[in-house]
Structures are given as C-alpha cells and as structure tokens.
Ligand binder design. Structure first.
Ligand code: E4P
Length: 214
C-alpha cells in the first residue's frame, strides 16, 4: 500500500517525509489556497523534497483548457500527476493524457460508475472521497469495496487512491479492502503511530531500566 500525504503545507511534508513512510503527495485548489502561495511555487518546492508522485489539480473546466493547463503542470517536474475532476471534460482530458503517457489522478469520485469510466479512460489513479460521503450520511468505505471489486473483475490497472480520509479507522478500512493508495492529512498520519499502551509500556520499560542501573 502506498501512503501519500494530503497537504500543500511544505513543513508538514518535510516532517512526514523524514519518517520514511511517504510515497507521494496530493494537493487540491483548496489546500493550495490555504497555503497562501502559488500552485507553481508549492509544487516546485514539494518536488524538491519528495521523490514520488505529486498531484496538482487543474482549474479549467473544459477539456481543451484542462489539457493546456495540465500540460504546463506536467512540464514543472516529471513526478507531477495531473489531477482532473470527474466530469465528461475531465475524462476526455484524462484519455488525452493517458494516450500521451502523462499520469493522471481523477478526483471528486463519488460512485462506482464514475470510477469505471475513469478506468476506461486510462486514469493512473482514481480518488474516491470517503469522508465527504460519510458527511452526507452514506458509507464512504463501501464505495472503495465496490471499486476494488469492479477493477479486479476486469483487471483495470487504475490505482484506487482513497481520499478525504478523516480518521485512522478510514485508513485501516482502506488497507483491509486493498486500496492501492491512501492520501492522508498530516494529523491522521501522525495518529497512525500512537497507542496509549505503547506510551504506558515504554514509560514502564524506561523506569525499570533506570531503577536497575542505579
Ligand atoms: C485529495 O486528493 C483530496 O482532494 C482530499 O483528500 C479531499 O479531502 P477533504 O474532503 O477532507 O477536503
């Protein structure tokens, strides 16, 4: 399973990458806006830190505009993955990039049929948003199960990139289902390491060691 960090905050990326478990990065226009910097600056800096796929999203909504914008983003660094919305235009642009061997991440996926058309168009990654489905009273992880089954039925090579992860249980469920990738906010990544019994056990070991050495 690949771990991507879901942020445009360079300090978070530097710290998480130093832990040795990060394979790539995803950004979106909201995360870039939150960083207060231009997409180009942020993406260039991320590419200088992380040696792995970095998703950068287009703003255009027509396929021609997406192709133009995506081609410019792809020129920034060979690790850039073009993030495209799951619309007819987005899927047309996905097909263009796939035919031209440029990697894509089709985003804002909320149904199995959307994931199916993205795979047909040769998407490198499909990003189903589990947290946003939970927010409207649906079960986001059920969508991951459905996509896994459909992709396995036909041997589609599109990777399932579980996105909109809000807590550690999403991560565990994604791993149990067999999601190829999960993109995870810094706070949730950090929480993956922790368990109160680890802290308690370590404290006791150190106490026992100190009393034995005195
Ligand atoms: C990543 O590719 C997505 O843009 C991101 O995970 C969305 O997360 P959110 O629903 O918490 O905004």
């Amino acid at each position: 399973m690949e771990f991507f960090i879901d942020t445009a905050e360079v300090e978070e990326i530097k710290e998480a990458y130093s832990w040795g478990i990060i394979d790539g990065v995803t950004t979106n226009p909201s995360l870039i806006a939150k960083s207060g910097r231009s997409q180009e600056d942020v993406i260039k800096e991320i590419a200088s830190i992380v040696d792995g796929p970095i998703s950068a999203e287009v703003i255009a909504t027509d396929s021609e505009g997406m192709i133009k914008e995506g081609s410019q983003l792809a020129e920034i660094h060979p690790n850039i993955v073009i993030k495209l919305p799951l619309t007819i235009d987005g899927i047309k642009a996905c097909k263009y990039f796939s035919d031209n061997e440029i990697k894509t991440n089709v985003t804002l996926c909320f149904s199995a049929n959307q994931a199916l058309v993205a795979a047909k168009a040769g998407a490198t990654y499909i990003s189903p948003f589990v947290g946003r489905l939970d927010d409207i009273g649906q079960t986001g992880m059920q969508l991951i199960e459905e996509i896994r089954e459909i992709y396995d039925n036909y041997g589609f090579s599109t990777k399932i990139l579980t996105a909109s992860i809000r807590h550690t249980d999403h991560m565990k469920a994604a791993a149990l289902i067999g999601s190829d990738v999960a993109t995870v906010p810094f706070k949730v990544l950090k929480a993956l390491y922790s368990h109160p019994l680890t802290d308690k056990g370590l404290e006791q070991f150190l106490k026992d060691h100190a009393s034995a050495s005195n």
